[in-house]
Write a protein that binds this ligand. Structure first.
Ligand code: SF4
Length: 322
């Protein structure tokens, strides 16, 4: 997304409501004491569940710090998920989405999906390697649920060696195998790749088309590209986003496209289920907005996290809804 100055803004930004006293001072003010930019949620179109940071892979760049046995965010159980599905339905949610870690290392994921698919379409982010491949049989009955089950497979780069340098030898080919199996079962699949600065988008697209063709996959698999988000708790200092930035460089329409404006994420930390502002900020307790979705939807969301700059500058988003 390019940033442009929009002189025609007339919609005033609402005042930041009183926030939890426990939040850091910088939730509402920049370090130079200017009013911090924020987003006021307008709808719960999408609800994400973080199934836990345990993963079969240990990629050094993982924004979640996921790896085998990791417990920073704990695996959520079926009984812990269903109350949030029910509450989200009351709030008009349009889609449930699932991320990790690797969702298919969570033993409850099939029953969780089965429950959610009775009500809304679901999207699952997966590395499409062994945890998924071992459970393909369990996915078969989910093809006949009232709502569609969709997947997004991580293929960091079109270059197999570069992908495997982060994910482990043979993981590129295994992901393509998992992807192919999902397509053959009739599921819709998109691909997530990493943004490569300095390479023209059409070159990246052409390289992926070559990979897809060589693997016997459709040329036109949708791709979602992500900038560098850095591991959890990384000390990254992009420019701070003030309230003024959000009106000078964004409009009411573009502010509504930030994930925290139309979605929330449920994650389990310290043994409890929490509602976080979005999928990108689960390493900062300031972004726990409440114990219920109804409570969380009332809270404005500060743009103090370094990943907020990726949303502000590049329009970064995990969602496929907008
Ligand atoms: S990372 Fe993006 S979506 Fe999340 S709170 Fe910051 S601006 Fe909102």
């Amino acid at each position: 997304m390019s940033i442009r100055r929009d002189e025609a803004i007339s919609v005033p930004v609402p005042a930041v409501p009183d926030d939890r006293a426990s939040r850091s001072l910088h939730w509402r003010r920049t370090t130079s004491n200017e009013p911090r930019g924020f987003i006021q949620p307008h709808a719960l179109d999408e609800l994400w569940f973080h199934t836990g940071t345990a993963c079969n892979l240990a990629c050094p760049f993982c924004l979640e710090g996921s790896k085998p046995g990791d417990n920073r965010l704990q695996m959520m159980r079926f009984d812990e998920v269903t109350p949030f599905v029910d509450e989200a339905l009351e709030l008009g949610v349009k889609q449930f989405s699932f991320t990790g870690g690797e969702p298919f290392v969570n033993k409850d994921i099939i029953s969780i999906l089965d429950y959610a698919l009775m009500h809304r379409p679901c999207l699952v982010l997966t590395n499409a390697t062994s945890p998924l491949i071992k459970r393909l049989k369990q996915l078969e009955p989910l093809r006949n649920r009232p709502c569609a089950l969709n997947f997004r497979v991580s293929l960091d780069y079109s270059d197999a060696a570069r992908h495997d340098a982060g994910r482990g030898a043979g993981m590129f080919d295994l992901a393509l195998e998992g992807l192919r199996e999902l397509l053959e079962m009739g599921f819709h699949v998109s691909v997530a790749n990493q943004f490569l600065p300095g390479i023209a988008p059409n070159v990246i697209s052409a390289n992926f088309v070559d990979v897809f063709r060589a693997a016997g996959l459709p040329d036109d698999l949708p791709r979602v590209e992500f900038p560098e988000f850095h591991p959890p708790a990384a000390r990254v200092k992009p420019p701070q986003i003030t309230e003024r930035c959000m009106t000078d460089f964004h409009t009411e329409e573009t502010r509504r496209r930030f994930m925290c404006a139309f979605s929330k994420m449920i994650a389990k930390s310290d043994g409890r289920m929490h509602v976080y502002a979005c999928t990108l900020v689960d390493d900062d307790p300031d972004y726990i907005l409440g114990k219920t979705l109804t409570e969380a939807m009332q809270a404005s969301v500060s743009m103090k996290h370094h990943r907020c700059y990726s949303c502000f500058k590049y329009g970064a988003s995990c969602s496929e809804l907008k």
